[in-house]
Design a protein around this ligand. Structure first.
Ligand code: FDA
Length: 509
């Protein structure tokens, strides 16, 4: 153990003083504890960060109630122990459980905090941060076939991180971000104060709904507004090759899909052909209604796609969640309760937002680049609809009116891949530079939930607003300054720090 044994003992005394009835052996795990590595690794979702050279937490704290979270914050602060919090561990840069520098830190794992209380008559729910999206969606579907919640598509992502950064998915065009549908929250701040919407005030409540996780305190639970949906929704997947006109189709897609009715989402991905052939465009559609309505709509607005009756499937919303999670019909809905259902890989991602149409010739080149070694996947997801009607400053997530679609470039590779890590990362970096003239500019926007340290990071011991503007304004545009001012008020000593946490700004510059 790196920190002196006396300090460890006084740390335990502090916890016992704060929560006398707690079982410390279930709350505190040192590196010498036999379950430490399993506990740490279970929610490391990106194998790039499992290597022995990565700075691991000195201690893991696994609270089972609010009092233990509060006690942990107070005692870490008293002992000058930096604290990081992890809900689902899906952070793209692993910042919830690893540190880039060699500074020791404590990690709080919230995976035991996963209560969900749904009031279907008032159409609201309280959900704790360690709940996965799959668990939340499943619980809603057990109460009602016509209630849902707009969030992301990956069922093992936790609400703790996703809500903190915004949260978009297949129903965003209709209902906005997850964060747009949060109406209260319980947060414990750096001084150990337990705050709700009323006691934290509107500035802090604004900041925690999209300002990115790990900056303002630890959110224990969220009160969300459920949305009403039809009992039956429709979905389809259509794969188009180059010979089938994939390039003309994606070119047409960008002209029409961002303006579709809010009830329709049509997204696509460019993927390399697994057998070494030409890349394909995989279109996925979602409609809040029956196939008849979707077919009619597509025949009028995008006939070139050639959607046929047999391509379209009707199902309940919860079945569509399983479908978009990539399981098709292969798994029952209970797969959403499996917190470890996704295979782990090495990965790295980047994000962009598009405000102007990409020229046809450029699409040709994008497809060409999928034949290079190390090629990954690019996801294109339309925004528009409801997102166009919400002001840029309503929440920290500013990418609203005028955004046609978002792009996510991802490379991933398995253990012992034939192609080297450098090739994958090289492909990603080249794609990123190639796309520069065609994506948003000044600044080049990015999504904080697709965290990317290549955009820049805080310098440990010298974190300041001016230096952080470079990456912060890419995520938050004009909202970055307000975020820094809120941080300056609620955590001026910068206790909740990580490489891309919001820096405190103590007064208006
Ligand atoms: P993790 O526990 O790593 O936390 C992420 C960040 O939030 C860290 O900084 C952490 O400290 C902080 N944090 C966590 N819990 C907190 C709490 N209770 N209070 C305060 N801070 C907290 N996004 C999206 O919008 N739509 C999508 O469809 C997807 N899909 C998707 C698929 C896959 C495979 C991945 C890996 C990621 C996504 N994402 C996504 C991105 C996802 O929203 C983002 O990574 C979230 O931050 C992950 O939240 P976790 O709680 O799982 O991560």
């Amino acid at each position: 153990l790196v920190f002196p044994i006396e300090s460890y003992e006084t740390f335990l005394d502090c916890l016992l003083h704060q929560v006398p009835n707690s079982n410390l052996s279930q709350l505190v795990y040192t590196q010498n504890d036999p379950s430490f590595t399993t506990l740490l690794d279970t929610s490391i979702q990106n194998l790039r960060f499992i290597s022995p050279n990565i700075t691991k937490p000195l201690l893991i704290l696994k609270p089972t109630n609010d009092q233990e979270v509060q006690a942990s914050i107070i005692c870490c602060k008293n002992h000058s122990l930096p604290l990081r919090v992890r809900s689902g561990g899906h952070d793209y840069e692993g910042l919830s459980y690893r540190s880039i520098s060699s500074t020791q830190f404590v990690m709080m794992d919230l995976s035991s905090l996963r209560d969900i209380h749904i009031d279907q008559y008032q159409r609201i729910a309280w959900v704790q941060s360690g709940t996965t999206l799959g668990e939340l969606y499943y619980a809603i579907s057990q109460q009602s076939g016509t209630l849902a919640f707009p969030g992301g598509t990956c069922p093992t992502v936790c609400v703790g991180g996703l809500f903190s950064g915004g949260g978009f998915g297949i129903m965003t065009r209709k209902f906005g971000l997850s964060a747009d549908n949060i109406i209260d929250a319980i947060l414990i701040d750096a001084n150990g104060r337990v705050l709700n919407r009323e006691t934290m005030g509107e500035d802090l409540f604004w900041a925690i709904r999209g300002g990115g996780g790990g900056s303002f305190g630890i959110v224990i639970s969220w009160k969300i507004r459920l949305v009403q949906i039809p009992r039956i929704v429709s979905v389809f997947t259509l794969t188009k090759t180059l010979i089938e006109g994939a390039i003309s189709l994606v070119d047409k897609w960008q002209r029409v899909a961002p303006n579709f009715s809010e009830d329709v989402l049509l997204k696509f991905a460019i993927e390399p052909d697994m057998n070494g052939g030409e890349p394909v465009a995989v279109f996925k559609g979602f409609y809040l209604g029956r196939c008849y309505g979707l077919l009619t709509y597509m025949h009028i607005h995008f006939p070139e796609l050639g959607l046929k009756k047999d391509d379209c499937e009707e199902m309940s919303w919860i079945q569509s969640v399983v479908y978009f999670a990539g399981y098709g019909h292969a798994k029952p809905e209970t797969v959403l309760l499996d917190r470890t259902s996704e295979p782990k890989e090495y990965n790295k991602g980047t994000s962009d937002f598009i405000t102007d149409l990409i020229p046809y010739k450029i699409w040709e080149e994008i497809f060409d680049r999928f034949q290079y070694e190390g090629a990954g996947v690019i996801y294109f997801e339309t925004k528009g609809g409801r997102m166009n009607t919400i002001s840029e400053s309503a929440l920290p997530f500013p990418h609203r009116k005028g955004i046609l679609y978002s792009i996510q470039c991802l490379v991933f590779w398995p253990e012992n891949a034939e192609v080297s890590e450098e090739k994958y990362l090289g492909w990603l970096n080249e794609m990123r530079s190639f796309l520069t003239p065609y994506v948003s500019k000044n600044p080049r926007r990015a999504y904080v939930n697709f965290r990317d340290l290549d955009l820049g990071m805080n310098e440990e011991g010298n974190t300041n607003y001016e230096n952080a503007r470079d990456w912060g304004e890419k995520y938050f545009m004009g909202n970055f300054k307000r975020l820094a001012l809120v941080k300056g008020k609620v955590d001026p000593e910068n206790f909740f720090w990580h490489e891309q946490s919001i820096p405190p700004l103590l007064s208006i510059p």
